[in-house]
Design a protein around this ligand. Structure first.
Ligand SMILES: [Zn+2]
Length: 387
């Protein structure tokens, strides 16, 4: 049996609290202060707080936070809600501007809606549930660090501290109503082009200019969407020491994103072969190495997590759609480590820029969604134990 509840969310309070969280400066590795503030808030809501030691792997101030509230029905299986505590750039000195019910910064910092929108949604939803005496199973918050630097916090998360198996991550730029059930495989590749360094004044004929070779490699390696759902990009080139030295080597770093491991492997093979071939007309060679970023995930469309999301959106009259993404998120890494989760949109736009913004409607809808998801999770599991 499910009950349809009329949610009465205080919009002004949601906006006010969102801005309070957004103003706390916490770029990647500098999450110490926001962690303290979140910890205080969650303790006042009855959560038990743990941290792991993930930050020792990348020189951060603090590890991932795993916070657990047993709810009013502590024997039910816990549901987790996850987001990251870092923002891609500082929000120090944030001056929010609200225009036509959309929140912007003043253009001199990011807004930090990625992902203070999720943090706000989770905390407001839990407070709402507590203040309205809505019964709930246990809720676990998994709050990662250094997500913006390649999902590092999630990669080094101490999963033995996590008690839940199923959950949601609100962290995508689709409006609230977007349900992402499939995410990409991604690996970085390093192409080192090796020529021969020599001094242009002393022995110019001995040099093999690695830049010239690298230019051929760069032109030869296919980039962009090289076929459907296969993306290749070379984003970094490093090389050279002095203007008087013919450069002996160049390093190029790129990445591939696909929906299958097979496509990923085949594409990496193609890049290596193409790069090698491009060096053949020169007396040069390449070193090719691959570094895994994350593996993909795919959750069945009839999984309870997806069904509950759809039901939540229906109950709140929020239009919804199920989709795939080639964007990476903690969802990739958490699924890889045995937690089962999907990403939901929370409607921040122009993320990672000073033009970042979010509508008040999306902020409030995210709170409603979190409340509904918590209620539906409890209802499903009560039904289960009654069967
Ligand atoms: Zn994010």
């Amino acid at each position: 049996m499910t009950t349809k509840l009329e949610l009465n969310i205080d919009t002004d309070q949601v906006v006010r609290n969102f801005l309070e969280w957004a103003k706390i400066d916490a770029p990647s590795t500098k999450e110490g202060f926001i962690a303290e503030q979140i910890e205080k808030k969650l303790q006042s809501l009855g959560f038990t707080i743990q941290y792991d030691e993930a930050h020792h792997h990348f020189d951060g101030e603090v590890g991932n936070m795993i916070a657990y509230w047993e709810g009013t029905m502590p024997d039910l299986p816990p549901l987790f809600l996850s987001t990251h505590m870092d923002t891609v750039l500082p929000t120090k000195g944030l001056k929010p501007i609200i225009r036509d019910d959309v929140i912007y910064s003043d253009g001199t910092t990011i807004l930090g809606a990625d992902d203070r929108a999720a943090l706000t949604a989770y905390i407001e939803a839990i407070e709402y549930i507590q203040q309205n005496n809505i019964p709930s199973g246990p809720i676990e918050l998994i709050l990662t660090v250094s997500e913006q630097q390649g999902l590092k916090g999630a990669r080094y998360l101490d999963y033995s501290k996590v008690q839940s198996k199923y959950g949601y991550i609100f962290d995508s730029d689709g409006d609230v109503g977007q349900i992402i059930t499939k995410g990409p495989f991604s690996s970085k590749f390093h192409i080192e082009v090796i020529g021969k360094a020599s001094h242009i004044g002393l022995n110019p004929k001995e040099g093999i200019n690695a830049f010239i070779v690298a230019a051929d490699v760069l032109k030869a390696v296919p980039q962009g969407e090289i076929k459907e759902n296969v993306l290749v990009n070379i984003g970094i080139i490093n090389g050279g020491d002095l203007s008087s030295i013919i450069p002996g080597s160049v390093n190029m770093i790129g990445e591939v994103r696909t929906f299958t491991q097979e496509d990923l492997n085949n594409t990496l093979d193609t890049i290596y072969l193409t790069a090698s071939k491009a060096t053949q007309s020169h007396t040069a060679s390449v070193n090719f190495t691959v570094e895994k970023k994350y593996i993909g995930f795919e959750i069945e469309k009839n999984h309870l997590l997806v069904e509950n999301a759809i039901e939540s959106f229906k109950d709140e009259n929020i239009s919804y759609y199920v989709c795939d993404t080639l964007g990476g998120a903690d969802t990739n890494t958490l699924n890889e480590n045995g937690l089962v989760c999907i990403t939901l949109g929370n409607g921040f736009k122009n993320l990672h820029t000073y033009q970042e913004h979010i509508s008040i409607e999306n902020l409030v809808n995210a709170v409603k969604t979190a409340v509904e998801l918590i209620i539906k999770w409890r209802e499903n599991h009560i039904e289960e134990s009654e069967e």
